[in-house]
Design a protein around this ligand. Structure first.
Ligand code: GAR
Length: 268
């Protein structure tokens, strides 16, 4: 019999995915429980959902941390264990020849915010961290401090598009404006890139002439609410394994990619 997992959740907005996961935990569909909900803003409506289920919440106010850094970059206090050159060497959000000042201005305030999140998270031991509409890129500083066992990622994200198409912060908008005939949502493990991590699950809907951005968002969200709990359940059951694959391409080059293998259920 597997243990019940302890899940931390980070949100930025309305928290409908959080609600779907909370419901699945409470109904026993997911063998686990949510132990905290963190937000990057006190305005996230999802915080109320957590409070009404008696789940502890916290806020790390990204907008004010970013504002303070812009105002007085020399005066900010960096975490003791922060190494800018490590971030530079690991990050994949900016190209290698990007201007150092731009990369620093992006990462430093985020690392400060992440150190504050890690500090709040110290109060809870978790098996899985779920990003449920958390609209901030995580840096290698944070990711490496959560993923402490090599080959066992434990940060999951949901993205409102069929990755690798349309990464970024407007998946439904990008899918609609492109004129796609199929859209969807993707749950993946988080790596150092933007929505580039190993894919765990995807669901798709069709887009017709009558659809609007609103109607595809509705179709997509409905799918998100079933996909995310299913993926968290697979994690809780110990059925997600990451595997490094290598392929020889037609041009003679080799391609490597970490993918997720879904192990059969013991009942299958
Ligand atoms: C969802 O559509 C989720 O896929 C998206 O934000 C929305 C959050 O809704 N996430 C991203 O775009 C992440 N890049 P919710 O707060 O109601 O769950």
């Amino acid at each position: 019999m597997r243990k019940n997992i302890r899940i931390g959740v980070l949100i930025s907005g309305s928290g409908t995915n959080l609600q779907a996961i909370m419901n699945a935990c409470e109904s026993g569909k997911i063998p686990g429980s949510i132990v905290f909900i963190g937000s990057d803003t006190s305005h996230a409506a999802g915080l109320k959902r957590g409070k009404s289920h008696n789940i502890p919440t916290f806020v790390v106010d990204y907008p004010s941390i970013i504002r303070n850094f812009k105002k007085a970059p020399q005066q900010v206090t960096l975490p003791d264990d922060f190494d800018l050159y490590e971030i530079f060497s690991k990050q994949t959000l900016f190209p290698a020849d990007a201007d150092d000042a731009t990369v620093k201005a992006f990462f430093i305030p985020r690392v400060i915010a992440e150190a504050a999140i890690l500090d709040k998270m110290k109060n809870y031991s978790i098996d899985l961290l779920v990003l449920a509409g958390f609209m901030r890129n995580l840096t290698p500083y944070f990711i490496d401090r959560v993923n402490t066992v090599p080959g066992h990622p434990k940060i999951m994200n949901i993205h409102p598009a069929l990755l690798p198409a349309f990464p970024g912060n407007d998946g439904y908008g990008d899918t609609f404006r492109y004129g796609s005939k199929v859209g969807g949502c993707t749950v993946h493990f988080v790596d150092y890139g933007e929505d580039t991590g190993p894919i765990i699950g995807q669901k798709a809907y069709t887009i017709s002439e009558d659809d609007t951005l609103e109607s595809i968002r509705e179709k997509g969200l409905k799918l998100e609410w079933s996909l995310y709990p299913e993926c968290v359940k697979l994690f809780a059951e110990g059925r997600l394994k990451t595997v490094r694959k290598s392929y020889a391409l037609k041009n003679g080059k080799k391609m490597h990619r970490t993918v997720v293998k879904i192990l059969p259920s013991p009942e299958d």
